[in-house]
Write a protein that binds this ligand. Structure first.
Ligand SMILES: [Zn+2]
Length: 124
């Protein structure tokens, strides 16, 4: 008999500081509430400072989704998502976050030495 080993994603229940907020990370099956859905892989819920990530994503998809949702948290604190802000239109915010997250994810995966450089410098 083969027993399937279940692993818990190490991001689950972690907290990350984003500006003045502490954002809780939940790794869950893809049955998110009807909050701010991004694609189908994650969501950022500002009111409860939570990022939901879909479980069992491929590595690049998980990293990209995590970066994407973090950028939503960051831009919401910039004051530009409110009325009159340059990202006040939801579609504009989504396009901005999507392009930045995709570019940053590609940059990190395509230049792994850069990740090590950042780690070394930040950890000094
Ligand atoms: Zn999004």
């Amino acid at each position: 008999m083969v027993t399937k080993k279940t692993t818990i994603n190490p991001l689950h229940n972690k907290e990350i500081k984003v500006g003045y907020r502490i954002v809780k990370i939940k790794v869950t099956p893809a049955n998110f509430n009807k909050g701010h859905m991004c694609e189908e892989y994650g969501q950022y819920q500002e009111r409860i400072s939570t990022i939901d990530l879909q479980d069992k994503l491929k590595v690049r998809d998980e990293v990209n989704t995590f970066v994407h949702e973090l950028l939503h948290a960051i831009v919401s604190d910039m004051g530009e998502t409110g009325k009159g802000g340059v990202l006040s239109d939801e579609d504009t915010e989504e396009k901005f976050v999507l392009t930045q997250a995709n570019a940053l994810t590609a940059l990190l995966f395509d230049n792994k030495w850069f990740v090590q450089y950042l780690y070394d410098k930040v950890m000094q």
